[in-house]
Design a protein around this ligand. Structure first.
Ligand code: ADP
Ligand code: MG
Length: 683
């Protein structure tokens, strides 16, 4: 086994407390940390000695500590730490409030750096820095000027701390090459170790950019393993089958008459494409793409009925329990599914319920099984699963898609997404996927009005919401809870909930977030659906979560924290039947980029056009930052920007597997992939 696949606790300085934090955030192995890239670099290229620090300017100043003093403010007796330092010519003073622990950090004789604004001079006639925003105690001269990587915090672990942990890894772990030698030679890539080093410990003159071979190599590496996994799983599924002997039903007519609706032309076209695939000798792999509200579910359901009528089982998988149970309760109310034995399978069922259900599935007593990841757990055995549908496929990895497909023989697979990924990109990423697109909306063009609300207009908006809610309309207020386990954010959400209840004592307010128990979530969802809750305070879990006909307004707090497609998805939760309103709250101090995104959302309603804009914004030179495309999140690679590397990686991966040139490293990787598809990931 590769040394860096050892657990994080093997790193010097990582004790049980830090291990726990890291594990909680998905960092299990040393490797996970090695591939945790900085978000950006802070360049410290000008550090002034005290005597050259210009008054009134901000910057870095350095000196040697001569004295550290503790004082107190007159009111409320807040601690003040004074640090005196000099450069042999002049003295300076840094003043910190309420950070008493600094007494232990700054000792007489140590070299220090402070970042802040110089004030000049104080009553002691010294240059001084008030409340420096950054400081560092230096160990040696070289450290002074450098590029400092800035990492996203991992709970309480600061960027500095993370950098120190990564430095430990470089000291005591052997970072071996993982790309086949012949590829390294062919493309003249730097080694894995050097490349990672260039990212984590850049020289001042070599800030990582797309031009650097080290960066190119890491991008290639990411694509290469991604393509290997695609090819690996594809092989598993690649099977010719005997032509199915399917009886024909006019499923469109059947569905329309039972449901009392007319399918759109796009829906009908998609259905006929799928029915054709059912008859093919190659199992179907099809992507159904359509903006939020375009009616993908009906396509899935109508085609499911076709399979069920032919005697087969169908599985319908959704990424969250809320979404799964919502689909299920909708199906329960549908006339066309009245005689279909269906069931809901989720991790939160009791062991007994699960056991009963497993038996029924194995005996083929249930035909339509809706659920989450629970659908492909080891214990679940299907009698004759022939068709698998995956909703919001970007939430599932390729391993999981394969795992569910392998539950039947040569099953047909339909994956659905609202993420409008450009076709050319899809073909490169998943060359074997066919695409159906829903171009129209069942209720005609959506009319969602989007407003950018500044602080002065907030009250007006809240008054408007009151009137709407009083007249029976429903809506959401979304708070950012990027990491659902972050206690601080959760508190903010609960405070907002309390405030809102005080603001609208006459209205029914509900709260919904990922940390709630499945049962509680389900109750709230039902209440909202039945109109018993007017305003739902929630988080971005509704992005793929909730679908209520009556909802017609959504307020998005801190829209600057989301990408374009996420904002568009959330907005899609309202106005399903025509009119809807979306408010993006503009807080003071949001950056230009965020404002630009908000303007785009305000002006454009069409998901495909939004994704084009998204591409334009992304195209730039910074290699860092997560790039999400469909179901894959790349850490450093961007399939649009780096398309050439992607194509090379795809061809090389394909060749390796075709020719069976599988090295031990790659074998190890395949074993790892196998484990992925067993992984239980309930929410
Ligand atoms: P999405 O593509 O976002 O998953 P849904 O499948 O949830 O969209 O459809 C959005 C809403 O429109 C649902 O409430 C669904 O019942 C309704 N709907 C879908 N197709 C039609 C249609 N042809 N006629 C009337 N209503 C439809
Ligand atoms: Mg949907």
């Amino acid at each position: 086994m590769e040394e860096i696949l050892k657990g994080v606790e093997e790193i010097k300085g990582v004790g049980p407390r830090i291990k726990k934090i890291l594990n909680r955030k998905g960092f299990f192995t040393v490797k996970d940390l090695l591939y945790y890239y900085p978000i950006k670099y802070e360049i410290r290229d000008r550090v002034f000695p005290v005597s050259e620090f210009i008054p009134g300017k901000s910057g870095w100043v350095k000196g040697i500590v001569s004295k550290v003093k503790l004082g107190f403010t007159r009111y409320r007796r807040m601690a003040i730490v004074y640090v005196y330092f000099h450069d042999g010519k002049k003295y300076g003073k840094a003043v910190f409030f309420n950070q008493r622990f600094l007494l232990r950090v700054f000792k007489k004789g140590v070299k220090v750096l402070f970042y802040g604004e110089s004030k000049f001079p104080d009553e002691e006639n010294l240059i001084f820095v008030m409340n420096p925003s950054k400081y560092e105690v230096l160990k040696n001269e070289q450290d002074e000027e450098k590029a400092i990587p800035v990492y996203g915090r991992i709970e309480s672990l600061s960027s500095k701390k993370i950098h120190r942990i990564i430095a430990e890894i470089f000291k005591s772990f052997d970072i071996k090459e993982n790309i086949p030698e012949f590829l390294i030679k062919k493309y003249i890539f730097p080694s894995r170790k050097l490349s990672l080093k260039a990212i984590h410990f850049p020289e001042l003159k070599k800030i990582p950019s797309l031009r650097m071979p080290e960066v190119k190599r890491l991008i290639f590496e990411e694509f290469f393993f991604f393509q290997l996994s695609l090819t690996y799983f594809r092989k598993k599924l690649e099977n010719k089958r005997k032509k199915r002997n399917l009886k024909f039903y006019d499923i469109v007519k059947y569905f329309e008459s039972r449901e009392g609706i007319k399918l759109t032309n796009s829906q009908k076209k998609a259905i006929s494409e799928i029915l054709k695939d059912f008859q093919d000798i190659f199992p179907m792999k099809r992507l159904l793409q359509g903006d939020v509200g375009s009616g993908k579910t009906f396509v899935a359901l109508a085609t499911s009925l076709f399979m069920i009528k032919n005697g087969y089982q169908v599985a319908f998988m959704a990424p969250t329990e809320i979404l799964a149970s919502q689909h299920f309760s909708r199906i329960k109310r549908m006339k066309s599914f009245k005689n279909v034995k269906s069931a809901l399978l989720m991790g939160s069922l009791t062991p007994k319920q699960k056991k009963d259900l497993y038996e029924k599935i194995e005996r083929g007593e249930v035909k339509f099984i809706v659920g989450t990841h629970a659908l492909f757990q080891k214990k679940v055995k299907y009698k004759n699963l022939a068709y698998v549908i995956i909703d919001e496929q970007h939430r599932f990895g390729v391993a999981q898609r394969t795992a569910i497909s392998l539950k039947g023989k040569n099953v047909d697979l339909l994956v659905m997404t609202a993420t409008p990924i450009p076709r050319s990109l899809y073909l490169t990423l998943y060359s074997d996927l066919k695409v159906s697109v829903l171009k129209e909306f069942p209720f005609g063009e959506k009319r969602i009005k989007t407003y950018i609300v500044n602080e002065r207009e907030r009250e007006k908006m809240f008054d408007w919401i009151r009137e709407q809610a009083k007249s029976g309309k429903q809506g959401f207020i979304v708070y950012p809870l990027i990491e659902e386990s972050e206690v601080m954010d959760l508190k903010a959400l609960e405070t907002a909930y309390k405030d809102l209840k005080e603001r609208y004592p006459e209205l029914k307010i509900g709260i919904l977030h990922g940390k709630m128990k499945a049962k509680e979530k389900e109750e709230i969802r039902k209440k909202f659906e039945e109109g018993e809750i007017s305003i739902l305070i929630t988080t971005s879990i509704i992005e793929v979560g909730i679908d209520v006909q009556g909802a017609n307004f959504i307020v998005i707090e801190h829209p600057e924290r989301y990408g374009l497609s996420q904002l568009h998805q959330m907005r899609g939760r309202v106005g399903r039947k025509g009119e809807g309103f979306c408010f993006l709250i503009k807080n003071r101090g949001v950056g230009q980029d965020a404002l630009k995104r908000m303007e785009i959302i305000k002006n454009i309603n069409d998901g495909f056009r939004i994704s084009e804009e998204d591409l334009k914004i992304r195209g730039s030179g910074n290699p860092l930052g997560k790039q999400q495309w469909g179901d894959v999140v790349f850490k450093i690679a961007d399939p649009v920007r780096d398309i050439e590397l992607l194509e090379i990686a795809r061809d090389e991966a394909f060749n390796i597997i075709e020719k069976g040139k599988i090295s031990d490293k790659i074998k190890e990787y395949f074993e790892y992939l196998e484990k992925l598809s067993e992984e239980v990931d309930f929410n």
